[in-house]
Design a protein around this ligand. Structure first.
Ligand code: FES
Length: 177
């Protein structure tokens, strides 16, 4: 859970979504009643994060402008969900579930193994910018733990060997999309 947000470290250049993403936003708006634009917020934040990699203050302000809502309304949502990155992250973000059921089957060992393998701690990014390691609360695959999610892809029943293979696969671009 985020207890503190250091807003001073969360700036980037002002950005705009690509025409393709803007077209998706406009299409989305056709399904949203006037005055209820906030209901599209999570979808638009996902689009912004896919395009920019993370959500800077400038990006969140831009999303607020797009949806004609107050910036604070965007901050409230973006800071609540761990799936939104408020700092720059690596190309691949490993989010390891650490809630009870996954913890009982070894998520702590998996987290430690990834830390050692990548030489980073939870919340850090490798020097080459390839991987960021995060932990997350239940990702909805409780019967398949230990598990991690990366780019909305689940990797389940993890062992240390499987993690090693996974890291190699991401490094070699096997999961590019
Ligand atoms: S407890 Fe790990 S996916 Fe639900």
């Amino acid at each position: 859970m985020k207890l503190h947000v250091d807003w001073n470290k969360r700036h980037a250049e002002k950005r705009e979504l690509s025409p393709e993403s803007l077209a998706k936003v406009n299409e989305l708006m056709t399904h949203v009643p006037e005055g209820k634009h906030k209901s599209a917020l999570i979808r638009v934040l996902h689009l912004a994060q896919i395009e920019f990699g993370w959500l800077s203050i400038e990006t969140m302000d831009y999303v607020a402008e797009l949806l004609k809502i107050q910036p604070i309304e965007v901050y409230e949502v973006a800071t609540f969900y761990t799936m939104f990155h408020l700092d720059p992250v690596g190309k691949h973000v490993f989010e390891v579930c650490r809630t009870g059921p996954c913890m009982l089957v070894g998520s702590d060992d998996i987290i430690s193994h990834i830390e050692n393998k990548l030489n980073i701690k939870v919340g850090e990014t490798t020097e080459d910018g390839m991987f960021t390691l995060k932990t997350a609360e239940c990702l909805g695959a409780c019967g398949y733990g230990p598990m991690l999610q990366c780019r909305h892809k689940n990797h389940e029943f993890l062992t240390k060997d499987k993690v090693d293979e996974l890291i190699d696969a991401y490094r070699s671009g096997q999961f590019e999309s």
